[in-house]
Design a protein around this ligand. Sequence first.
Ligand code: GRF
Length: 186
Amino acid sequence: KRIAVFASGEGSNFEAIAAACERGAIAAEVALVVCDRPGARVTERAAARGIACFAFAPKEYASKADYEREIVARLDAVGVDLVCLAGYMRILSEVLLGAYGGRIVNIHPSLLPAFKGAHAIEEAVAYGVKVYGVTIHWVDATLDGGRIIAQRAFAYDGDDVHEVERRVHEVEHELYVETIDKLVKA
Ligand code: GRF
């Protein structure tokens, strides 16, 4: 199977997924990375692994529909079975959902439906949460709202945002690899 990973920034989840594909822990290969920030670290990580990367600047397109049409063309060209959003900080429009809906998953750093949006970890810490976690869900037109595929929780009683981030990433890398492997085998 062939998967695409969409990311906007650091790309630690991309790295975990690509490494797992290489060692056979995911029965697939990463055929394409899509990145909406041309200078982002994930683009260097893709290059270091020799994985094709489509990095684009949204402002160079007239509309979201325009750059998503280009993304769809590139996904079609490499033949992608599953799209994995991994820190891709944009809501998808009908263009991508129309073409790949039902084959797009996302990872979110909270136990959904709690703490949707871009600041889940900070908000959970500020709220005084004691059980944190990670959710992998199907992607639809709503923000972090599609049907849940997998979740994993951990207990933490403290207020160190960086410690929560560190532990969330650990759990993300594990759970995303396991879940993608199950999805490509299903
Ligand atoms: C992850 O915490 C993911 O859940 C969130 O954005 C972060 C991306 O991290 N949506 P990275 O770029 O994979 O390191």
